[in-house]
Design a protein around this ligand. Structure first.
Ligand SMILES: Cc1cc2nc3c(=O)[nH]c(=O)nc-3n(C[C@H](O)[C@H](O)[C@H](O)COP(=O)(O)OP(=O)(O)OC[C@H]3O[C@@H](n4cnc5c(N)ncnc54)[C@H](O)[C@@H]3O)c2cc1C
Length: 487
């Protein structure tokens, strides 16, 4: 039975905006409805192409506000849609009958330098955690983009530049504070509320609204990182060479092969404007990652030690390909958020991503036929991240998603300022994914699926059964709606 069909929602009647005055009076946070002047700002997602039209937006100040909102939703038979930034807003679909619960006001970063952990509020962004940790010589397993929300990223798994040597970021979470769908304030750890702790680490935000999260950090200051640029005309030769290079690659290295059509924008440097490029960016870990409350425990995997010379040796085969620009060198890990050139703020985007088992010649031909130098395509980027390494091995203390399937993770998309652009991009993305379907892995990575995706494509059967049981236990009425529901 889908959530929409569950008993609580069969009698759904839209609530008059005035009824929200009652909720506003009961919480310290802010309630915004369509009759408020700032409605269009309040409902905005990071992905500006997601035209979110909930019944109301609630911005809680603390966990008690979250609980009050969930109970109000219960009394009025509404759904609650938790959202940090809205990076993954596209798959949410129709939000009629829903309260959009924006967690941006749940702040706070508490570093425990003794235990090597950090506790952050649900509204905290990766850039802020990275900066606070760097001041103490510490690092967390952030993704490529500083304005992604910590909680949304961790609930889906979390792939950092160190993921091939340290696994998914979610496997390093130690405690989660949350309000369950049925309104209980809970703390989930390996010892308490074990099924909730399991489900929230990779199983998305289906069971509870997370208010704070604690995870391990590592004493790492520098990495060997950068990018190499080539003209896209060489894509065929370069993708083949990169794929061969990844086969026996040390876990300390993580790179992304990108086909990029740079827009012709005046704010970009002249030599990049309007260019078609191949970019290989990435990171080689060069410091032993001391970390975890107990580094000798099975969970305390350490990064492969590698010094600068070793990193250079690892990258030598790529350098031999002759990039016209090569920025690889030692840099502070606090600057890794600049590496991938992700948009610095909200943009309208349309894209999708899948895991691939292999990238043989036939797959390269299929991909480049649609997106290579001679293709007419609206797709601005095709990213292929090399995964495997520790990402392929189930973390012994991990949660619902404790490993990734396949050797590569593909994401492709572009900018969609209008619905017409989005429709064109959707079709182009679908063509690429269809062409690569023969090599698609058994399960995809939740955080890279930006269209509604059947849960069976995200989790193996036994994992899905356990997640559905957790949903029934913590959100029996199906109150909470996540980006990727379980039905
Ligand atoms: C430019 C860009 C770069 C990216 N780079 C990486 C990367 O390097 N590595 C990587 O792994 N991923 C990456 N991602 C994917 C990213 O991890 C997902 O989009 C992630 O879901 C974003 O989390 P968010 O909180 O910012 O987004 P949101 O859209 O706010 O949240 C996503 C979903 O998480 C759940 N959620 C969020 N907060 C809560 C909460 N407090 N309680 C309960 N549920 C909640 C909800 O179901 C929500 O729909 C990137 C995405 C973009 C757009």
């Amino acid at each position: 039975m889908s959530i929409a069909e569950s008993p609580v929602f069969t009698t759904l009647v839209p609530l008059h905006p005035a009824a929200y005055a009652e909720l506003a009076a009961r919480i310290d946070g802010v309630v915004t409805t369509p009759s408020d002047a700032d409605w269009n700002t309040a409902r905005l997602a990071w992905n500006l192409s997601a035209d979110q039209r909930p019944d109301a937006v609630v911005a809680p100040r603390h966990a008690e506000d979250v609980r009050t909102t969930l109970l109000f939703a219960r009394d009025h038979q509404l759904r609650v849609v938790p959202q940090g930034t809205g990076h993954l807003a596209s798959p949410l679909g129709d939000l009629a009958g829903s309260i959009l619960l924006r967690t941006g006001g749940l702040l706070g970063i508490d570093i425990d330098a003794e235990e090597l952990t950090v506790r952050v509020g649900a509204g905290v962004l990766w850039g802020d955690v990275t900066a606070a940790l760097a001041e103490r010589g510490l690092m967390a397993l952030a993704g490529s983009s500083p304005d992604v929300g910590v909680v949304g990223y961790l609930l889906g798994g979390g792939i950092s530049w160190f993921a091939r040597s340290m696994g998914l970021a979610a496997s390093h979470v130690t405690a989660i504070e949350a309000v369950s769908g049925d309104g209980r304030l809970l703390r989930a750890t390996a010892e308490e509320e074990g099924e909730l702790f399991y489900a929230l680490r990779g199983g998305g935000g289906n069971y509870a609204v997370v208010t704070a999260i604690t995870f391990r950090v590592f004493a790492v200051r520098d990495a060997y990182a950068g990018m190499m640029m080539f003209p896209m005309e060489r894509a065929d030769e370069l993708l083949g060479a990169w794929e061969r290079w990844t086969r026996e690659l040390d876990e300390s290295a993580m790179t992304c092969f990108r086909l990029m059509r740079v827009p012709d924008l005046p704010e970009l440097p002249e030599f990049l404007r309007g260019q078609k490029l191949v970019i290989i960016d990435g990171v080689v870990a060069i410091e032993q990652a001391e970390g975890g409350a107990d580094p000798t425990a099975p969970t305390g995997r350490t990064a492969d030690a590698g010094r600068t010379a070793d990193a250079e040796a690892l990258l030598a085969p790529l350098r031999a390909l002759g990039p016209f620009l090569d920025t690889f060198g030692v840099m502070p890990v606090s600057r890794l958020g600049e590496l991938h050139m992700d948009p610095p703020g909200p943009v309208p985007g349309t894209g999708d991503g899948v895991n691939l088992d292999e990238l043989p010649r036939a797959a390269i031909d299929a991909l480049l036929g649609l997106t290579g130098p001679d293709a007419q395509t609206p797709l601005m980027v095709v990213d292929i991240r090399h995964i495997g390494g520790q990402l392929a091995i189930a973390a012994p203390d991990g949660g619902a998603v404790n490993r990734l399937h396949g050797r590569f993770l593909l994401f492709t998309g572009g900018m969609s300022p209008s619905p017409a652009d989005a429709a064109v991009l959707h079709a182009a993305v679908a063509r690429v994914l269809e062409a690569l379907a023969p090599w698609q892995a058994a399960a995809d990575y939740l955080n890279f699926r930006e269209v509604a995706t059947p849960a069976e494509r995200l989790y193996p059967v036994d994992t899905l059964a356990r997640l559905r049981a957790a949903k029934r236990r913590y959100d029996p009425s199906g109150r909470i709606r996540s980006a990727h529901p379980l039905q």
